[in-house]
Design a protein around this ligand. Structure first.
Ligand code: CTP
Length: 417
């Protein structure tokens, strides 16, 4: 019999010591109750690729909820349960650990959420998306690190292939189409030939998937290192049009995404900016439709809507005779990421230059006189005060007045008038 592949060394060298100890102790715990425990999915794939995942998926052939409860209670770790699906999510120190009961999944109709029933580890691996994600590692003492690879995932990983486990995979769950492209581009892999054909055949099924599920896939894509590659591939295969028929990546989405990455701080991920750049070709009406289909959060929805408005008003910003105060009025009050996206995507160089001027300079211009100063000059607080401060700002923006003295003169004139 062939010697099983042992991943013990990968685990102990690639994962932090405390996490290895956690996995060993948990494997021991479940062995006592006679319920084998496995590490599955992306974490196993990543162990072979020399990467360490910080999100782990564990499956047990026993009671997943009771196991999660025991693990959570030892350190008082936060945990959420889904007893109906026999799954739990544990936040153990810095790690997110999903624990599930091994199960089979059946789909009552294409695009439906699966109906779940208990099954052993092999059944559980057989319900998964791609062979490279369908490997497991035993965690019980004595077998700790032993690989279970019933679908030749390791061979596909070595050959760089994304392969479905069975012909109905994309029919069962069309979100796997987006997942396939995400892994293909992340790892520089290829769709195995039959998988590629099945994927293409099932593209129309994306229209049966709920907006929330598509939104989740899109979020995963935008968290990738180079989401533009996934989107370009999605366009090439005709997948992107099923997100919205008016979307297209154009010649320069890659350049714009790279500029978006460069312009955001590491602690402020560029996902919203990416989304704005992606939806740039859409009209306000089309954007409204996409926002409501994907159930986008208020903040992002506002950014996308403001950008669509700005894009439609771009000719105003492109007028050669436009004054700085008019540039200011066009852009002031719009969502900051919409303005940034407009700068990165604007086709017209004059408009683009004006957005740059606003971002670098105009947005910071304000009068040196304050409400207090105007009160000292005899003006009672009220809407007129804001109007005068706004007029002072516009005059400063256009260079019509300079310095505090000239502001005072103009303010006095406005107070009388
Ligand atoms: N899975 C699946 N079909 C899906 C989603 C997930 O079969 N539509 C399975 C895969 O086996 C996958 C596992 O569930 O490996 C966990 O899913 P997820 O956390 O989304 O992916 P990871 O494998 O952790 O990969 P990633 O690196 O993208 O997070």
């Amino acid at each position: 019999m062939m010697q099983p592949i042992d991943l013990k060394t990968n685990i102990t060298t690639q994962l932090p010591e405390e996490l290895v100890a956690f996995l060993q102790a948990t494997g021991h715990d479940t062995a006592i109750t006679g319920e084998p425990l496995y590490l599955v999915g992306g974490a196993v794939r990543d162990l072979f690729m020399g990467k360490s995942s910080f999100d782990l998926d564990l499956v047990t052939e026993g009671d997943a909820i009771a196991l999660a409860q025991r693990l959570a209670s030892t350190e008082g770790s936060p945990v959420t349960f889904h007893p109906r699906f026999q799954t739990a999510r544990l936040l153990w120190r810095r790690w997110q650990i999903d624990i599930a009961r091994t199960r089979s999944e059946t789909y009552t109709y294409p695009g439906a959420l699966p109906t779940v029933s208990p099954g052993g580890i092999e059944t559980d691996l057989g319900r998964r998306d791609f062979t490279i994600n369908a490997m497991a590692v035993a965690l019980e003492p004595g077998r700790f690190g032993e690989l279970l690879d019933c679908h030749r995932g390791l061979a596909d990983l070595k050959q760089g292939l994304i392969r479905v486990l069975h012909p109905a995979s994309f029919t069962d769950d069309a979100t796997r189409i987006w997942r396939a492209l995400r892994y293909e581009q992340r790892f520089g892999f290829h769709l195995e030939e039959t998988t590629g054909l099945l994927l293409k055949q099932n593209i129309p099924r994306l229209d049966t998937i709920s907006g929330d599920r598509i939104h989740y896939e899109l979020e995963c894509i935008l968290k990738e290192e180079a989401p533009e590659k996934v989107l370009a591939r999605a366009q090439e295969l005709g997948v992107l049009a099923h997100l919205h028929p008016a979307l297209h990546t154009g010649a320069d989405l890659g350049g714009r995404f790279a500029a978006a990455r460069a312009s955001t701080a590491p602690q402020a991920p560029p996902e919203n900016l990416y989304m704005a750049l992606l939806t740039y070709p859409l009209s306000t009406r089309e954007v409204e439709g996409l926002i409501s289909f994907l159930h986008l959060r208020k903040n992002l929805a506002r950014t996308l809507y403001d950008l669509a408005l700005l894009r439609e008003r771009q000719p105003n910003l492109a007028r050669p005779e436009i004054t700085p105060s008019q540039v200011y009025s066009e852009l002031h009050g719009q969502a900051p990421e919409a303005i940034q996206a407009l700068y990165l995507a604007a086709e017209n160089p004059v408009a683009r230059g004006n957005v740059r001027l606003y971002l670098d300079k105009l947005r910071y211009v304000k009068p040196s006189l304050t409400g207090d100063d105007l009160q000292k000059m005899g003006l009672a607080p009220g809407p007129r005060m804001k109007e005068i401060l706004d007029e002072l700002r516009l005059a400063r923006l256009n260079g019509e007045i300079n310095g505090r003295r000239e502001e005072e003169i103009l303010a006095r004139r406005l107070l009388i008038g």
